[in-house]
Design a protein around this ligand. Structure first.
Ligand code: PGA
Length: 256
């Protein structure tokens, strides 16, 4: 991992946790990050954002807050959706755009994802552009093509060189399955993604953090953080265990 990019350890809680659990997980993440040189972020369900924001702020604000999704429209008749401006107002710094479950369960297209990114940027949020291939696409030898198509769509939403961006490579077949990619597979995909970013902005490519996600746990995180171009992790299931998530926050800081 390049030392100039601070590792970002992010927990995506998905649709999990009670209000009380959310507050406890947030406090535990803040505690784990104390004394660490890493960055950490949590992505709670929308219903708990205000609670988690309060807990994180009272713990010093080092752990960033993120939304799991935002609408591609700024406001209006979109029942069930959350706007980027709403996320920003409750204290989010990040928002996931195009998480695999948004794409494959809720049917978001690349155009929807680009629209969400545009809204995120307009609201002052840092979009975390999530990309990843299905097992069918990988077995058909289409991984690179699929990833670069998704990356291109996301990059198209950027307004200028100063727009903030994080990218997460999450192979669909590795999410929630216990079958993580190998660090070698992750490094290959991350290199493709970084090279694509470099085609239009070499400086952005150097600074953009590319996270790996998909069945990351305390036992395998070190393997990912040790390979080139992996700048952190986006963690689902294992982030629901505050002890495991804390271990991963601390693990990254040693690079061990
Ligand atoms: P997982 O989820 O760690 O449970 O595989 C990752 C994600 O969906 O971000």
């Amino acid at each position: 991992m390049t030392t100039t990019r601070t590792p970002l350890i992010a927990g995506n809680w998905k649709m999990n946790g009670t209000r009380e659990e959310a507050r406890g997980w947030a406090a535990a993440a803040a505690e784990a990050l104390t004394g660490s040189t890493n960055d950490a972020a949590v992505f709670p369900p929308d219903a708990w954002l205000c609670d988690v924001a309060e807990v994180l702020a009272s713990a010093g604000g080092a752990v960033a807050l993120g939304g799991q999704s935002c609408c591609w429209e700024p406001k209006g008749a979109f029942t069930g959706a959350t706007s980027a401006a709403m996320l920003a107002e409750v204290g989010c710094r990040y928002v996931l755009c195009g998480h695999s479950e948004r794409r494959h369960v809720f049917g978001e297209s690349d155009a929807d994802v680009a629209g969400s990114m545009a809204q995120a940027l307009a609201a002052g949020l840092t979009p975390v552009l999530c990309v990843g291939e299905t097992i069918e696409e990988r077995e058909a030898g289409r991984t690179q093509e699929v990833l670069l198509t998704q990356v291109d769509a996301g990059l198209g939403a950027l307004r200028g060189a100063d727009d903030p961006l994080v990218i997460a490579y999450e192979p669909v077949w590795a999410i929630g399955t216990g079958k993580a990619a190998t660090p070698t597979e992750a490094a290959e995909a991350h290199a493709w993604i970084r090279a694509r970013v470099a085609e239009t902005d070499a400086e952005r490519a150097e600074r953009v953090r590319i996270l790996y996600g998909g069945s990351v746990n305390p036992d395998n995180i070190g393997g990912f953080l040790d390979v080139p171009d992996v700048d952190g992790a986006l963690i689902g299931g294992a982030a629901l265990d505050p002890v495991k998530f804390g271990l991963m926050i601390r693990h990254a800081s040693t690079g061990a």
